[in-house]
Design a protein around this ligand. Structure first.
Ligand code: UGA
Length: 445
């Protein structure tokens, strides 16, 4: 790899990380081939359709497909042979004991090994435990055909679902872990357009492989820790009449703390924070480091659901034969993702207690319907107002903008009882009380 024109990027795995990553590279001017062994997914992407809900992604996809800077294939081997910098973006699920399941990573790396046809840089982008790069090297050496050289690098991704493309195009920092000058040069060249577009050069963090790998898990675990911390404070606020929203504001104005990830509520869900936290705990355990601090973080998070349900019971006494409207099912706004969504646990528990639920979410209804089929006690509403029809209480589980801006006078007119339990502290208690609602949040006095 010498001149500017000879970098050809391959992105292997086109999920929530791979597809936005690939398109961000195209957006910055690089030719990219995206590959995924799921033929159906590839066909959808090739036709210009994002396989999951992610604001703005479809439009950018169609632009780069049309302009020829992004191509997609289900022939992973062909993509490996064609590209010389390969970003591994396949899924890293977990085993039942919480340890990371790296079988997809291993399988794709074997495929890379068998298709090596010249020097390539193989970059881990999926979230993997520290020292995975070592195993990638071993696997590549064991399975490679010929004696082609390669380097392994770590380049963890920090994008959030719902703002994926923006996070990729305007990251706070770019972490690059390398152990060879050649890989370092290639990755710095790939990421230079970000610096040209305004990323301060000191936000390119170049480090060794293990450090880069660790930065990712340490970051997600810290975000989870902040959330559990504020949730614990929320419980104390509730017991003492303080308001956690104001406590968080007062804390967050301290520049040593900052305002982010201090939103108390139902706790963290999704495919990353809960899973990465468990994986990090396992990694520490394997290396003989006591991470009981992070075990508590997980325990506090799991207890949020029961805490929330206690509020529902406190408001309605007996839940059997009550009708509950649930606003928000996705694990957070801006996505249709319901993996480890607190809403699913809330729905199951309410059904177990004999309640009927009226569900509404702007994006995630299709996904929820697949795991919670409609029945005489499960109704999928047409919109937020249809959901509250005849309900004895409204439970806000995900803070979509359309819920925050809802016409609550109209909501009240449709409900059987004017009760709101706000699992995300997203609504204005004063306004709701003025309208005659009985309101409770999570740790708000
Ligand atoms: C998270 C990280 O924020 C990303 O930086 C990272 O790249 C990603 O995981 C990943 O590892 O792939 P994401 O899972 O999209 O991103 O979700 P977040 O926006 O971090 O939210 C996670 C959960 O925490 C949500 O359920 C959200 O409702 C909850 N949350 C967040 C709170 O309960 N309180 C807060 O203050 C913030």
């Amino acid at each position: 790899m010498g001149g500017q024109d000879d970098i050809r990027i391959g992105v292997l795995g086109l999920g929530h990380v791979g597809l936005p990553t690939a398109l961000a590279f195209s957006e910055m001017g690089w030719p990219v081939v995206g590959a995924d062994h799921d033929g159906e997914k590839v066909r959808r992407i090739a036709s210009g359709e994002s396989p999951f809900y992610e604001p703005g992604l479809g439009e950018v996809l169609r632009r780069h497909l049309a302009g020829g800077r992004f191509r997609v294939t289900d022939d992973v081997g062909a993509a490996v042979r064609e590209a010389n910098v390969l970003f591994i973006c396949v899924g890293t699920p977990q085993h039942p004991d919480g340890s990371p399941d790296l079988s997809q990573v291993e399988a794709v790396v074997r495929q890379v090994a068998r298709n090596l046809n010249g020097y390539k840089v193989i970059v881990e982008k999926s979230t993997v435990p520290v020292q995975t790069a070592h195993w990638l090297k071993v696997t590549l050496r064991r399975y490679r055909t010929g004696n082609h050289e390669f380097d392994v690098a770590s380049n963890p991704e920090f994008l959030r679902e719902g703002t994926a493309l923006r996070d990729c195009l305007y990251p706070d920092r770019i972490v690059i872990g390398v152990d060879s000058p050649r890989a370092r040069e290639v990755l710095l060249r790939i990421y230079w357009p970000w610096v040209e577009r305004g990323l301060p050069p000191d936000r390119l963090v170049v480090t060794d492989l293990q450090t880069a790998e660790l930065i990712k898990h340490a970051t997600n675990a810290f975000l989870a820790l902040r959330i559990s911390y504020i949730n614990l404070i929320a419980d104390l606020c509730e017991a003492t009449g303080a308001d956690v929203v104001e406590v968080a504001r007062g804390m967050g104005l301290d520049p040593r703390i900052g305002p982010h990830y201090l939103q108390a509520g139902l706790g963290f869900g999704g495919y990353c924070l809960p899973k990465d936290l468990r994986a990090f705990i396992r990694v520490a355990q394997e290396h003989g480091v006591d991470f009981s601090l992070l075990r508590e973080v997980e325990r506090i998070n799991q207890a949020r659901i029961e805490r929330f349900l206690t509020k529902v019971r406190r408001a309605l006494w007996v839940l059997k034969d009550k009708t509950l409207a649930l606003w928000g099912l996705a694990f957070k706004p801006g996505t249709d993702d319901i993996r480890e969504a607190p809403s699913l646990q809330v729905v199951q528990r309410l059904l177990q207690e004999g309640a009927a639920v009226r569900l509404y979410d702007p994006a995630a209804m299709g996904n929820v319907r697949r795991v919670v089929p409609p029945s005489d006690r499960v109704y999928y509403a047409r919109d937020a107002y249809d959901a509250v029809e005849g309900a004895h209480a409204l439970l806000l589980l995900t803070e979509w903008e359309e819920f925050i801006r809802a016409d609550f006078a109209a909501v009240k007119g449709r409900m059987a009882l004017p009760i709101i339990i706000d699992g995300r502290n997203a609504l204005d208690p004063q306004r709701l009380k003025a309208l005659g609602f009985e309101y409770s949040g999570m740790g708000r006095g």
